[in-house]
Design a protein around this ligand. Structure first.
Ligand code: KG4
Ligand code: ZN
Length: 343
């Protein structure tokens, strides 16, 4: 069986072809990604209408590229999959529309997939795939959640952010430091030459006793420090503030993840979403999990941020596990707001 997956929820157009046999782990045959970062950079963030229009231009050429790389033809695709939500409504409609149009042309079924389920299952494409059950730390631009994952489709929310997401905290702090969009990777780069102990920044809800997060206060604290440094901070001061900000976000994510592992008694942690690419987070989780005797799994670095492979994979695993029954019904709707534990 082969599934062609389309991701278009935000500012990346992703297409991928995944193959599976019976109950064996699906295998990635080819994937292609087009990032709109250069286009949105001039505006300091994603412009939804521009994102939608660009997805229209990219999606079919990317699909052709993927099929060519895999040495496969469109009529050898058995199932179409697209991101149904959450995300930008107009952007989601492009993937949904193209997915359903291809399904109609080919007479094949089609499946709308939850974007976060894609992130959460993406480590199954890595060289070191996890086993169920596990605790998942989902850290993206819009979400910060800890989930108990029993099996495909069995997700229980353990805790989440009550305001900004971890990725948002990275992005907003980066903006305050005068770094471009997207801020997370830029702040992480600047932090490499800084001293994480230079600024005392808050660790919101660190000792709240639950598994919720809050990052809005951290952004305000970074703003206060930026103002204190004045109009022309030295390169070292900026690097120190970046390192201190990253340390505050990472410490909260690590401590809450370890707490979730203790509370649930589960022996495995899966980290997914764009912030999962952060090397400081990976290093500290590695240390904490080694001390606790817990295994930690990640997606391959290039599959941490949005991509089509995770959407095709989630569709394949939903079909394999009997969670989804793809239909030839071509009616579609997108869900810009959609809780993962509601699927
Ligand atoms: O999962 P993702 O690609 O898109 C969403 O579904 O939101 O996550 C994007 C987020 C952005 O906030 C970006 O700044 C952050 O992930 N990010 C990082 C790093 N790479 C991406 N944050 C910190 N360190 C990184 N290396
Ligand atoms: Zn994402």
């Amino acid at each position: 069986m082969q599934v062609l997956g389309i991701e278009s929820s935000c500012d990346e157009t992703g297409v991928a072809l995944i193959r599976w046999h019976g109950q064996a782990l699906p295998e990635l045959r080819a994937h292609a990604l087009y990032s709109q970062v250069d286009m949105h950079q001039a505006y300091g963030g994603v412009v939804p209408e521009l994102a939608s229009r660009d997805h229209i231009r990219r999606v079919l050429p990317l699909a052709r590229q993927v099929l060519a790389e895999a040495g496969s033809r469109l009529d050898e695709v058995d199932l179409l999959a697209y991101t149904r939500g959450p995300g930008l409504a107009g952007a989601l409609l492009i993937g949904a529309g193209v997915g359903c149009a291809l399904a109609a042309a080919l007479g094949r079924p089609v499946l709308g997939v939850h974007h976060l389920e894609g992130h959460l299952l993406s480590p199954f494409l890595s060289a070191d795939p996890p086993q169920f059950p596990f605790v998942a730390l989902l850290v993206s631009g819009g979400h910060t959640q800890l989930m108990r994952v029993q099996a495909v489709g069995r997700y229980e929310l353990l805790g989440e952010t009550i305001d900004d997401a971890a990725g948002e905290a990275f992005d907003k702090s980066a903006k305050l430091l005068g770094l471009g969009y997207p801020g997370g990777p830029a702040l992480a780069r600047l932090a490499m030459s800084g001293d994480a102990l230079a600024f005392a920044l808050p660790r919101p809800l660190l000792h709240s006793g639950d598994l919720d997060f809050s990052f809005a206060g951290l952004k305000t604290a970074v703003l206060t420090q930026v103002r204190r440094l004045g109009a022309a901070p030295s390169p070292q001061q900026r690097a120190d503030l970046a390192a201190s900000t990253q340390a505050a976000i990472v410490e909260v994510l690590v401590k809450k993840s370890m707490r979730a592992l203790r509370d649930t008694g589960l022996p495995r942690l899966v980290v997914a979403g764009g912030v999962g690419a952060n090397l400081a987070l990976r290093a500290q989780l590695h240390d904490a999990c080694t001390r606790a005797g817990v295994r930690v799994h990640y997606p391959e670095l290039h599959l941490c941020s949005d991509n089509g492979a995770m959407i095709a994979l989630a569709a394949a695993m939903r079909v394999q596990s009997g969670c989804a029954n793809p239909l030839c019904d071509l009616t579609f709707e997108v869900r810009p707001r959609w809780a993962l534990d509601a699927i």
